[in-house]
Design a protein around this ligand. Structure first.
Ligand code: MRU
Length: 344
């Protein structure tokens, strides 16, 4: 595996614990303003995840890990019910904030298993946070073997530092590729309706002076047709046991287009994004967000409606490679995923 002494582009930390609470970079306000807010209750964190102040599967998982610290504090000060009942009740509140990113549920499940939670949860949450950044860097080095020459890449949504503890999954691969001189042009899809690509991915690359070209989501087919893309590189909100994935709406379209044009398709996600309970994409709950996010106010009337699924499902057969911190799976299927999970 390729090794590097220091990662040049590791500058952003969207979720960090401080004495005065959980500090979140308010991603709704980027790129106009860089505002940090402090969260001190499970109710406030529930709202912050639901309203996408913090977003991206691994970052939501990390926020939930620290949320468990808040849950334990609140439960120990709550005389109305036994500690364990109050603690679990608050973890359930956090679990109900968004349904698709499995990192949220994996973090909360792991938090429940920590013994003596009041005393031990903070150091456990710190390890969860640090492990995520280490995983991202490891994945980026493993993925580098697939970037041959000056590779042109297209990414979707924001799977960067902003969506993780730091450095990023898909964007981590691209950043390491840039550092190693392996990347030609980077294209970022806008990612309507929330514009994570236009607002967040561009901001993130701007922090490190990495050149990037914004493209409308609907430009992907013609870019591929012109031979301008070698790899599509994305993150995931959930990886099923057969290699199907859930990711931001529009990912599936890109995977279909990539297959048609002979473009390679890479999914980069830590093993905290595996859903051990999902045999295939049929088992994934796709979040439906408010139609207010897409329907112009002028059309708020009974005869006009909208659909706003936040994610879509990409079958394993459209994925060239899944990169995790435990190893890389080419042409993923159930037996390869199981073998990866079984290894320690
Ligand atoms: O709705 P969001 O912004 O939380 O969706 C984020 C994505 O879909 C990301 O691609 C995914 O979580 C991977 S982030 C490393």
């Amino acid at each position: 595996m390729i090794e590097i002494d220091a990662f040049l582009y590791d500058t952003i930390r969207p979720v960090t614990w401080h004495d005065n609470g959980l500090r979140l970079l308010d991603q709704r306000q980027l790129p106009e303003q860089e505002v940090y807010l402090y969260i001190n209750s499970t109710q406030a964190l529930h709202e912050a995840i639901k309203n996408m102040l913090v977003r991206g599967a691994p970052a939501i998982g990390i926020a939930a890990a620290y949320g468990a610290v808040l849950a334990a504090k609140e439960a120990s000060a709550d005389d109305s019910m036994p500690f364990t009942e109050g603690f679990h009740h608050r973890l359930e509140l956090l679990a109900s904030s968004r349904p698709t990113a499995v990192n949220l549920f994996n973090a909360l499940k792991a938090a429940k298993q920590v013994s003596d939670p009041v005393n031990n949860l903070l150091s456990w949450a710190n390890s969860w946070f640090e492990a995520d950044i280490i995983a991202n860097k490891k994945m980026s080095l493993q993925a580098a073997q697939y970037l041959k020459g000056q590779v042109n890449v297209l990414t979707h949504c924001n799977a960067g530092a902003l969506a993780t503890g730091g450095y990023g999954t898909a964007l981590g691969v691209i950043k390491t590729g840039v550092q190693l001189g392996l990347i030609g042009q980077i294209y970022a899809g806008e990612t309507r309706p929330w514009n994570q690509g236009a607002r967040l991915t561009l901001w993130e690359f701007q922090q490190d002076n990495i050149p990037v070209s914004l493209v409308a989501d609907s430009a992907a087919a013609s870019l591929m047709n012109k031979g301008l893309i070698d790899w599509v590189i994305v993150g995931a909100d959930s990886i099923c046991m057969n290699g199907d994935i859930a990711n931001k709406i529009g990912t599936y379209s890109l995977a279909v287009l990539a297959k048609h044009h002979g473009v390679k398709f890479m999914v980069v996600a830590p093993t905290t994004t595996f859903d051990l309970n999902a045999a295939s994409a049929d088992d994934i709950i796709v979040e439906q967000r408010s139609t207010d996010e897409i329907l112009p106010t002028a059309y708020k009337q009974d005869s006009i409606s909208a659909l706003n699924p936040a994610f879509d499902l990409t079958p394993a057969e459209l994925i060239s490679v899944i990169v995790t911190e435990k190893g890389v799976i080419e042409s993923p299927d159930a037996s390869k995923i199981q073998a990866l999970i079984n290894q320690h």
